[in-house]
Write a new protein. Structure first.
Lengths: 813, 161
């Protein structure tokens, strides 16, 4: 490899950065000394149970909770009517177009329910069991309305309206066209002049985030405000939004995200349950606690994906891509959640992926249905885009009779062409697609596998070998505030950090990026240890409480390191500058004559004269002998607004055995070479990639939220939703190339979502590759044995899903 | 209410419980053993796995009254002071946890696996822990952790080893 190195680049010889440190977080997690929200029960707590709609779409004609109040242990019971005047609407922070229709989203339904699982009443009791028991005493009369399940019929003339006070089930239409935007050529000309045109419809099935810790919230009334513990990814955003939604002054709201058991986007929005628990706690003047069951979580916590992708690619006969035209229907579900409308729009910038495409159009229609609302799920818009482009590159290759790898090489951005401004208007700072691809091909033994594939085709082996490619990039490190502003997002994308030097030389790092499994405490400690020259063990990372880490924008979009980590670097630089002043004073030297290395200031050319960070910290604490006019503090804070997104990339290769007689797909080998810039902690990086792969592969092979024709979720447990177990997944071969980001001082890129974004098309491309000789050009996801078997049987008609599943356009009777 | 008595992590308890009380709810709500967690309501995820009389059980699938007279070991009862159980140590060493929510159950299930099969193959490990779901790790490092804990002669610590 030329422009890249295998391991941390020679430019960063630091001791801690790049080291595979075992995590600081683990000790309390492996011993069960945890503080999950559901572990917390303040004295006097009332426990809540929520009655949920059994109907997908119905008017509430009568509701009576009075009998529930007579049940043993019940303190109170409320319906939507009781809170109608005070509950406000759940916030949506991303009005993607000026005319986007937001019908409003009550936390407790008042007059109508719009999806199965919507909350209609709440009971507060001495114990959870008593609260749940009392739910059966609540009487609700529903007048059924026709469910609205499929997106295309939902926007046809005469369709039933999900929300009767609107005029259409279309929330918005968002469009981008490179000719009009000035970022490329007009798409119409590309379409008209195309030598080769390939059009496909891909279905991004509905997924369920399936974090392992069910969501839980405990609210304690404190004076005029509240203290909320919640299993949330976003304590800071939640604080601001609770203030706006419920009219509680922001400074009277404290939100704590204690140990949080995974999120994957599923713990981003402000939830109905957080609002309901707050309302009950304030009404009763007592702590209130709600923890969802897994069944409730699957049914009512937001879902992800659920898009119909119509995509057309044009090219010349020699395989030069000339245009890309994308139209999406994106299912919002029944309501707009915090960033739900913006999720598919994040994909708008990624369909062109790593390729030099001259003309591009993207149109997305956000549609209401009577299903659970959708919002961010790991990758959020970018997995969908990557899937569509990587799938259609294979289809174009087949149409041209070209090797899919050769087609990619012909069209991708070469490493010497960076920085490169794409047809979607983004400037990729760095990358080396050649190096990652070469390494991946070598690791998997591509040539040998192709030879074996040919042999097995030749002898009509009933188990065929398929080879799939995904050469992905993504945009993460969300995000430059100005860009978010141009996309009408309701907040910025900066992150805050502060560093406090304690008297004994120990260091407290306060970050606004709140972790839920990502290992921030370890990775951030490594950064600070190197910057300040203090031991890794001497750094404490404080996060997840709006009182102790008051400023931040939290964790999502692979932003913690690429944005939050840089804020920490900037804060550390400020500490060093203050320390330099003290050091100069103590050493009786000029500041410019000092050099700082490994935690020690010394006078250039005068060995032996030095003071350590610890000496300076103590001298500052005592403040007996500081420079004239200097305040006795080394502490500093920094708020960093990124100048650009982060663009990790990589090449993922998948080899599958497909049993053409049973439809069973077995992953034989999965190799990925990711380039996430300089790794701070390779152990954590690899872990993030593994977990991401598992979720992306699960979309390809296993998972789908299925609704029946009455709008009931039929995959309402883990039995039916089938998230993969250890026995369902292979061991992955992972490696990295390192092309540092040029947009930040650590040279880092995000890694949290990369595996999920890249892996899904690698798997499906492999399956289709195995079955192309059978005339198969697509298999809808998840590629279950049944669908693969149907695809083989139906040949070119491809595998249409069975009745009762919603692949290819939603529920069927 | 029904009287139950049991030893949990070396401490004996006597209590009255509703007959319908699940063992996991008894552990969490009456004993304060909140290290053992609930991840689902259909016995799929295994987050609540504990040892009951030397057998691994999903404590959401056992009534507290069924554990009457029994001995329970939870994840809280494994470490000896600051010395971790070898499986806990192996999970830490191999980055076999991220959010850590499945970890208590996963560690208990992995210990049970090695009790029955001290030298499992990778496939046997994967099949042996398939009753425990993890959403963060993709399982690869969990498999590595079990492999680390296995070969040198696995010796679980704690009250019910």
């Amino acid at each position: 490899m030329t422009a890249v190195a295998d391991r941390p680049s020679a430019a960063t010889p630091a001791a801690e950065i790049g080291r595979a440190r075992k995590r600081k977080e683990d000790q309390h997690l492996v011993t069960g000394r945890t503080t999950w929200t559901d572990n917390l029960t303040p004295p006097g707590t009332v426990h809540l149970a929520i009655l949920r709609s059994p109907m997908a779409h119905a008017r509430i004609t009568a509701i009576d909770a009075s009998a529930a109040r007579e049940r043993p242990g019940v303190v109170a019971a409320y319906t939507g009517q009781d809170f109608a005047e005070v509950q406000g609407d759940l916030p949506c922070a991303w009005p993607v177009t000026p005319d986007m229709v937001n019908p409003g989203a009550p936390s407790l339904a008042v007059t109508q329910v719009n999806h199965v699982g919507e909350a209609v009443a709440v009971v507060a009791a001495r114990s959870k069991a008593e609260a749940v028991d009392a739910l059966e005493a609540i009487e609700v009369d529903y007048e059924p309305l026709p469910p609205v399940l499929d997106m295309e019929p939902a926007v046809a003339d005469g369709a039933t309206l999900v929300h009767p006070h609107t005029t259409s089930n279309r929330s918005y239409t968002w469009a981008f066209e490179s000719g009009a935007a000035g970022t490329g050529m007009p798409i119409d000309a590309a379409l008209a002049d195309a030598e080769v045109t390939v059009t496909r419809r891909f279905i991004q099935q509905r997924l369920i985030p399936s974090f392992m810790e069910p969501r839980s919230v405990v609210v304690e009334p404190v004076g005029e405000g509240i203290l909320m513990h919640s299993a949330t990814q976003v304590p800071h955003i939640l604080r601001t939004m609770l203030g706006l939604t419920l009219g509680i002054p922001e400074h009277k709201v404290r939100v704590v995200a204690p140990d949080v058991g995974g999120g994957f986007g599923g713990k981003i929005p402000v939830t109905p349950e957080e609002v309901i628990t707050t309302l009950v706690a304030r009404k009763l003047g007592k702590p209130a606690k709600y923890t969802e069951s897994r069944s409730e979580s699957i049914m009512s916590a937001h879902h992800g994906r659920d898009q119909i992708q119509d995509i057309t690619i044009t090219a010349t006969r020699d395989g030069t891509v000339t245009g890309l035209d994308v139209h999406l229907f994106a299912d919002m579900g029944a309501y707009l959640r915090l960033v739900g409308p913006g999720v598919p729009i994040l994909g708008a910038f990624m369909y062109n992926a790593i390729y030099k495409i001259p003309a591009y159009r993207f149109v997305c229609e956000g549609i209401f249905t009577t299903k659970t609302p959708t919002d961010a799920y790991r990758g959020a818009g970018r997995p969908e885009a990557t899937f569509a482009i990587e799938r259609i590159m294979d289809e174009l290759a087949a149409e041209l009779g070209m090797d899919p790898l050769e087609l990619r090489r012909k069209n991708w951005i070469k490493h010497e062409e960076f920085p490169f401004t794409t047809v979607a208007g983004l400037t990729y700072d760095s990358g080396n697609y050649e190096a990652a691809t070469d390494r991946a091909l070598e690791l998997i033994g591509w040539g040998e596998l192709r030879a074996e594939q040919a042999q097995r085709r030749e002898r009509d082996d009933p188990v065929q070998l398929g080879l799939g490619i995904s050469t992905f990039t993504e945009m993460c490190g969300l995000a430059p505030s100005r860009v978010l502003g141009s996309l009408d997002y309701g907040a910025g994308g900066w992150e805050n950090a502060s560093i406090r030097m304690l008297a004994t030389g120990k260091v407290e790092v306060v970050t606004g990026s709140s972790a839920h499994g990502q290992g921030h405490e370890t990775a951030f400690s490594q950064i600070v240890a190197d910057k300040l020259g203090v031991p890794f063990e001497d750094v404490e990372v404080i996060h997840g409480d709006t009182q102790s880490s008051p400023k931040g924008l939290d964790t999502y979009g692979s932003r913690s390191l690429a944005v939050g980590g840089i804020a920490i670097v900037h804060a550390a630089d400020k500490v060093i500058e203050k320390a330099r002043r003290v050091a100069a004073h103590l050493l009786e030297a000029g500041e410019d004559d000092l050099e700082f290395e490994a935690g020690s200031f010394s006078v250039k050319g005068a060995p032996g004269s030095s003071v350590t960070m610890g000496d300076i910290a103590f001298a500052t604490f005592t403040a007996h002998n500081l420079p004239e006019g200097m305040e006795p503090s080394l502490d500093a804070d920094a708020t960093y607004d990124p100048v650009n997104f982060s663009f990790p990339h990589g090449t993922h290769l998948c080899a599958v055995d497909v049993d053409t007689e049973t439809g069973r797909v077995t992953i034989r080998k999965y190799v990925c070479v990711d380039d996430v810039g300089n790794p701070i902690n390779p152990l954590i990086v690899e872990g993030q990639v593994h977990g991401g792969l598992a979720q992306g592969i699960a979309q390809a092979l296993f998972e789908e939220a299925v609704y029946d024709d009455a709008g009931n979720l039929t995959t309402g447990t883990f039995v039916d939703y089938t998230p993969p177990s250890a026995a369902d997944l292979p061991s992955f071969t992972t490696d990295r190339t390192v092309t540092p980001s040029t947009d930040n001082p650590l040279g880092v890129k995000g890694v949290g979502e990369a595996g999920t974004i890249a892996s899904t098309p690698a798997v499906v491309n492999a399956i289709v590759d195995a079955l192309r000789p059978f005339g198969v050009t697509d298999v809808p996801m998840p590629c279950t044995p049944e669908r693969v078997w149907r695809a083989v049987r139906d040949g070119k008609q491809s595998g249409r899903a069975a009745a009762g599943t919603n692949a290819y356009g939603g529920a069927q009777s | 209410m029904t009287k139950v008595s049991m030893t949990v992590d070396g401490v004996s308890y006597r209590d009255e419980v509703e007959p319908r009380t699940l063992l996991v709810h008894y552990l969490r709500e009456q004993l304060g053993k909140v290290g053992t967690v609930v991840g689902c309501d259909t016995s799929n995820c295994g987050a609540c796995t504990v040892d009951l009389d030397g057998q691994s059980v999903k404590s959401c699938t056992v009534l507290a009254v069924q554990a009457d007279g029994g001995t329970v070991t939870t994840v809280e009862g494994l470490a000896d002071g600051s010395t971790l159980d070898p499986m806990q140590q192996a999970f830490h060493d191999n980055h076999a946890l991220q959010c850590g929510y499945c970890t208590p159950g996963m560690i208990m299930a992995a210990r049970d696996l090695l009790r029955h099969n001290p030298h499992p193959s990778e496939t046997e490990i994967r099949e042996g822990i398939e009753g425990n779901l993890c959403r963060c790790t993709g399982y690869q490092n969990i498999v590595r952790a079990v492999q680390q804990a296995a070969p040198g002669g696995y010796a679980p610590t704690g009250a019910m080893s």
